[in-house]
Design a protein around this ligand. Structure first.
Ligand SMILES: [Zn+2]
Length: 267
């Protein structure tokens, strides 16, 4: 009693600061530890991606945009200024080869040209690309080795995680993927992918924790098989940010796997 009364008259300045309080008290004030990381990736430098980047920013999240430097500025593609505007918004810019080729059909030297020269161009444009996405998710041991030689620290495939087409696949990548040069994902989001299927891919990952990388292409209404409507994407984003209460956070793929920038060899 005596102590309590004495405490009640302590001046505010003597109140114990948070960092000196017992750990249990400080812990209870924090959100749950992040167990599931969602990466939102957008392929091919589509002209719709500048508006997409702004949509993500409004939701307080950042994405990864994979571009083919040889097609930048062409019809229906981003131009250099638009790409710069996306990067300025805090998003990751990654490589996707010069001309969007199926790497497994190329010789090793052709693979090197497609991956290294694309990355060199991104570097010349002022970016620090740390991750690559294989066009069509087409990858073999040679392509992985070349991605590494070209200075990439990680690379994304397509497929290998649980989805409607692969019910027995794991729901998430490990926080440290077993093969960081072929990071697995659910299949690409398509025009007929339902919002609840996208949500389900995150819920599948939350069962074990880990990394789930979503693969998007065009973001527009009725603009092809590999597209998602802006309304569906925004609905997904709104739901996704609410999963923070369940320990789920959104990160660029680079941040999700801790990929570091390395100069292109020979540059
Ligand atoms: Zn692509």
């Amino acid at each position: 009693m005596k102590i309590a009364r004495w405490a009640a008259v302590l001046p505010a300045a003597l109140v114990v600061p948070a960092f000196l309080q017992p750990v249990s008290l400080a812990e209870s004030a924090r959100p749950p530890k992040a167990r599931t990381v969602v990466s939102l990736t957008f392929d091919d430098g589509d002209v719709t991606h500048l508006a997409t980047a702004r949509m993500l920013e409004k939701r307080g999240v950042r994405g990864t945009f994979y571009v083919n430097t040889d097609t930048i500025g062409r019809d229906l593609k981003l131009n250099r200024e638009q790409l710069a505007a996306i990067a300025k918004g805090g998003h990751e810019i990654g490589g996707h080869t010069l001309t969007h080729v199926r790497l497994t059909e190329l010789t090793r030297s052709q693979q090197r040209e497609q991956i290294c020269d694309d990355r060199r161009t991104l570097v010349a444009w002022g970016y620090r690309p740390a991750t690559l996405a294989y066009p069509f998710g087409s990858v073999d041991a040679d392509a992985e080795a070349v991605a590494r030689q070209c200075g990439y620290d990680a690379a994304r495939g397509v497929g290998g995680l649980k989805e409607w087409g692969c019910p027995t696949c794991p729901g998430a990548e490990k926080p440290r993927p077993a093969d960081r040069y072929d990071i697995r994902t659910p299949g690409s989001v398509r025009e007929d992918t339902l919002l609840r299927q996208m949500r389900q891919q995150v819920l599948n990952a939350e069962k074990t924790g880990g990394l789930v990388t979503m693969v998007f292409h065009r973001v527009c209404d009725g603009c092809g098989v590999y597209s998602v409507s802006p309304r569906t994407l925004d609905g997904f984003l709104g739901w996704l940010v609410s999963r923070k209460a369940h320990g789920t956070v959104v990160k660029t793929l680079q941040d999700a796997v801790g990929a570091r920038y390395r100069p292109v060899p020979g540059q």
